[in-house]
Design a protein around this ligand. Structure first.
Ligand code: SF4
Ligand code: SF4
Length: 85
């Protein structure tokens, strides 16, 4: 199961996680960082690095942040032209 970055990262973005990820699957977005679920090897190295505890295993993510699994995944999906405003 891939790892997921949740709400605490928003506007923190200190990128400690980026520095330790062995497969470089963490990417910076406008408000927060996102983990590409297709590239994450679930090594757990990023979790202790995060100063705000924003990173979770997909299986252990708190209920209130479950939707961040989709948010991380969607960041890497090409956006269909019809959905753009
Ligand atoms: S669990 Fe490992 S591979 Fe996945 S994002 Fe964290 S450091 Fe990268
Ligand atoms: S270490 Fe945590 S707060 Fe910092 S960029 Fe990564 S997920 Fe965001």
């Amino acid at each position: 199961m891939a790892y997921v970055i949740a709400e605490p990262c928003i506007n923190v973005k200190d990128k400690s996680c980026l520095a330790v990820c062995p497969v470089n699957c963490i990417y910076e977005g406008p408000d927060m960082l996102y983990i590409n679920p297709d590239e994450c090897v679930s090594c757990d190295l990023c979790v202790p690095e995060c100063p705000v505890d924003a990173i979770f295993n997909e299986d252990d993510i708190p209920e209130k942040w479950k939707h961040f699994t989709e948010i991380n995944k969607n960041f890497f999906k090409p956006k269909p032209a019809t959905e753009q405003t």
